[in-house]
Design a protein around this ligand. Structure first.
Ligand SMILES: C[C@](O)(CO)[C@H](O)COP(=O)(O)OP(=O)(O)OC[C@H]1O[C@@H](n2ccc(N)nc2=O)[C@H](O)[C@@H]1O
Ligand SMILES: Nc1ncnc2c1ncn2[C@@H]1O[C@H](COP(=O)(O)OP(=O)(O)OP(=O)(O)O)[C@@H](O)[C@H]1O
Length: 295
């Protein structure tokens, strides 16, 4: 018997970052939107704990117990006194170390799949608590849709989305370390104001108004990501010249995100990005997408 969960990537349509806290994290107003690029996590009983991974970038994914999916399974087993081992297989499609919460998606997927396999009967609150222990982005990977994340991004409030949005994601050659990008933010920022969600952005999401959303997307980590990965400015310019309504770094980068008017424009922007050589590959995706779903 095996259980498979499908889990989406995310883009941050607003990422407002406050000053560093005593625990090293930053308070955020983090508006998450789940997008239709998915990893699939399959768990099955095994004689010993095992983890395997296939797909683009899978050679950069750790196959030991530091893998976030393995940590999720271990934490759930510990909480519920489960002694049986599992084989976790990850079919990757979310860019690795790309700022799209790929590892977080795998953790949420492993948690949902192991919960079903073992029949733990854990409540949604308990699962969300385990997610928050695993990483700031993990709770959102479980719930999907759109949500405002406060605290370090783990406290979620679901948001209404009145329509679909068409995106292009340019996958860079190479990755960026999330802690390194936050450190660069600290170096570049003298006094960060308390982060607040933008009312105009929340209204644009609620109405499904693509022009208004394009006018209000922001990412406070973008200057830090560009400082560490300067060639991303060429990628952003290429997508804008090809007709994207908005261009921004996705989360901590180096994936860049382009909001487009419709599916045809998304295809045009993706083709221009691919032809330009300013990224490794360009992917089109639709949002919002559901959170971790058992297949
Ligand atoms: C950039 C984002 O992806 C935007 O959604 C997230 O803020 C990062 O979330 P994540 O990858 O789940 O991050 P975590 O695994 O919780 O933390 C990794 C590291 O990122 C930094 N970090 C993360 C979240 C946060 N609110 N403040 C931080 O400073 C810290 O250095 C932390 O040690
Ligand atoms: N299941 C996993 N998939 C990918 N990377 C993992 C996983 N588990 C641990 N990692 C480690 O985490 C690092 C970051 O990978 P990930 O794909 O989660 O980055 P990210 O998308 O930039 O994250 P975020 O957007 O949440 O900051 C990788 O370089 C890898 O060493």
């Amino acid at each position: 018997m095996s259980v498979t969960a499908r889990v989406p990537a995310k883009v941050n349509v607003q990422l407002a970052v406050g000053a560093a806290r005593p625990d090293g994290f930053h308070d955020l107003a983090n508006v998450f939107l789940a997008v239709g690029l998915y990893d699939e996590v399959t768990v099955a009983p095994a004689d010993r704990p095992r983890i395997t991974c296939e797909g683009p970038g899978s050679d950069q994914v750790p196959l030991d117990r530091t893998n976030l999916a393995a940590r999720a399974a271990d934490l759930l087993a510990e909480r519920h006194g489960i002694s049986g081992a599992v084989h976790i297989h990850i079919a990757k499609d979310i860019p690795v170390a790309g700022g799209m919460a790929g590892g977080s998606a795998d953790a949420a997927g492993a948690l949902a799949a192991c919960d079903a396999l073992w029949g733990t009967g854990a409540t949604r609150e308990e699962l969300l608590g385990i997610c928050a222990e695993l990483g700031s982005d993990v709770p959102f990977s479980l719930v999907g849709g759109a949500a405002l994340g406060t605290g370090r991004g783990e406290k979620l409030e679901p948001l209404e989305v009145g329509g679909g949005f068409h995106w292009v994601f340019a996958v860079a050659d190479g990755g960026l370390s999330t802690p390194a990008v936050y450190r660069e933010f600290d170096r570049l920022t003298s006094a960060a104001p308390a982060p607040e969600a933008s009312p105009a952005l929340l209204e644009a999401l609620r109405k499904g108004d693509v022009e208004a959303l394009a006018a209000s997307v922001t990412n406070d980590l973008q200057p830090a990501a560009l400082s560490l990965f300067p060639s991303l400015s060429e990628t952003l310019a290429t997508g804008t010249a090809a007709g994207a309504l908005a261009a921004l770094v996705s989360g901590s980068g180096p994936t860049t995100a382009f909001l487009t008017a419709d599916a045809a424009s998304a295809r045009t922007v993706a083709d221009a990005l691919t032809a330009s050589g300013t990224c490794r590959t360009a992917r089109v995706a639709h949002s919002p997408a559901p959170g971790a779903t058992l297949l």
